[in-house]
Design a protein around this ligand. Structure first.
Ligand SMILES: [Zn+2]
Length: 487
């Protein structure tokens, strides 16, 4: 009995969490019922969300209004629900290539449209009015870039207000005089929770409103909500939460909105293993943001101790997509032991709706303080240069007919082609394609080069690294999304 009591005490160290623990679990377990399936990849566009907004407009429970236009002339919509006195304002994607929370907002809207969870929804909508401004930078989203068409970072335009998107955000914030604000972003997937190997899947900040980093009631309430959300995430992504440095940035929106009296919570969606399109992170946004809205409605956050906020580990940037540890590298007749950190860098196709990879070595040497989403202990293995396949092939069809595992096992990483169909800008195969006259440069490992080489032990090639992707040649699968073309 005593043990059970102790366990309960431990689980309910934060009473607000105790009260909402059940609902959080239910939200997580029933997520698929509300997930907006039409926006399942990161490169979503303004045109993708317009039909969803139109559908919501037809529902009388919601108030939908056009509150501004982007430089490119795209409508910015504000969607509101509820009749409570406390105003909660959520805006997403002021950076065009940060779409995860935009997707989660439409999942949350689906939740509000459904007949389920009626008791909890009544509590929310009687106490709060919740306002959503999804995709604040639709022109940036169109090009899948951070900045707007003016080339300005909207998050440095809170004072000068030159961008119509910034003017809209400021005007809406002021008109609502929101009590709580959720400033929703994505961060680099290479951030980790400080001094751990875990990615910062979600990072938080209760931005400072002055250089002294004072904590008034507005900021303190934001910290309490963050402590609450962190507890939830620890259940689903243990150790994968980070905290941003709170240096005051006088030009940023989060800092100013805090200053203007709205308790502001910055949420940054980072990386999660094997979740390239960040759909698990989207789900964590859905669960944690909805739970936070519920706790604001019930005011159960009020007794949370803000000391817990400082205990969330800080963000660091010590992750690679692939880390090779302790490989032997022969340079000018001498052997060296070297770690290699490489990233699988995305390059957009011209329509900015999909991408391919052009990977790079980011760092090399002693990388013992870094980790990888994927790590290979290569001690005892020697790095070998990739060679060109001895025969020149004439078409993609001939390349396609090759047994790639055999090709790689023999140390061939390049296939010479007599001609290329012009539409291809990369190799759809797990090898690079080279032109008839292309001379493969001697392998000279250096940050900036495309990581392509083999790992050999006792004269046998056991691993291939092609375009920064690791292939274990003892296994049957080859996971290299694409190679490069060098003409
Ligand atoms: Zn951002």
């Amino acid at each position: 009995m005593k043990h059970i009591l102790l366990a309960l005490l431990f689980l309910c160290s934060i009473s607000a969490l105790c009260q909402t623990d059940n609902i959080t679990t239910q939200l997580y377990d029933t997520y698929e019922n509300y997930k907006e399936s039409t926006i399942g990849k990161r490169r979503i566009k303004h045109a993708d969300i317009q039909p969803l907004i139109a559908e919501i407009s037809a529902n009388k429970a919601f108030k939908v209004s056009t509150v501004g236009k982007s430089i490119g002339g795209k409508d910015l919509s504000l969607i509101s629900i509820g009749s409570g006195d406390t105003n909660v304002f959520l805006w997403s994607q002021m950076h065009g290539d940060e779409p995860t929370a935009t997707q989660a907002i439409f999942d949350i809207l689906n939740f509000f449209e459904s007949p389920d969870f009626s008791k909890e929804k009544e509590e929310i909508l009687a106490n709060l009015t919740v306002h959503f401004l999804p995709m604040l930078n639709p022109d940036g989203a169109e090009l899948y870039q951070r900045r707007n068409l003016l080339g300005v970072d909207i998050n440095r335009d809170a004072l000068r207000l030159q961008s119509p998107e910034s003017q809209t955000l400021k005007r809406v914030r002021d008109s609502l005089d929101a009590d709580f604000g959720f400033n929703l972003h994505d961060q680099s997937t290479y951030y980790n929770a400080e001094r751990t190997e875990k990615p910062a899947t979600i990072s938080y900040l209760a931005p400072a409103y002055n250089y002294e980093k004072d904590i008034n009631e507005t900021r303190s309430n934001a910290m309490k909500i963050i402590v609450f959300m962190n507890e939830i995430l620890q259940k689903y992504a243990p150790g994968q939460v980070g905290r941003y440095n709170d240096d005051f940035e006088p030009r940023a929106f989060g800092d100013n909105i805090q200053k203007w009296g709205t308790s502001t919570i910055l949420i940054e969606s980072g990386g999660y293993p094997e979740d390239t399109e960040k759909q698990e992170i989207r789900k964590l946004n859905y669960v944690s943001i909805l739970s936070a809205i519920y706790t604001i409605a019930k005011k159960s956050y009020e007794n949370i101790a803000i000391e817990e906020y400082e205990k969330i580990p800080e963000n660091d940037r010590k992750l690679f997509d692939l880390k090779i540890e302790g490989a032997t590298y022969n340079l000018k007749g001498k052997n060296y032991i070297i770690d290699l950190g490489m990233n699988q860098i995305e390059v957009d196709y011209p329509d900015h709706k999909s991408f391919w990879y052009s990977s790079r070595i980011l760092d090399q040497g002693d990388l013992s303080t870094y980790s990888g989403y994927e790590t290979l202990d290569a001690s005892g293995y020697t790095i070998k240069q990739a060679k060109a396949y001895p025969k020149t092939l004439n078409s993609f069809e001939e390349v396609k007919a090759l047994n790639f595992k055999d090709v790689l096992k023999q140390g061939y990483g390049y296939i010479r082609l007599s001609s290329f169909p012009s539409k291809h800008i990369n190799s759809p195969f797990p090898v690079h394609l080279i032109g008839e006259k292309y001379k493969i440069p001697e392998l000279n490992l250096m940050p900036g080069i495309n990581p392509t080489f083999f790992l050999e032990k006792a004269g046998v090639i056991e691993y291939a690294i092609i375009n920064g992707f690791l292939v274990n040649l003892k296994e049957n699968t080859i996971n290299v999304p694409n190679g490069m073309i060098f003409r």
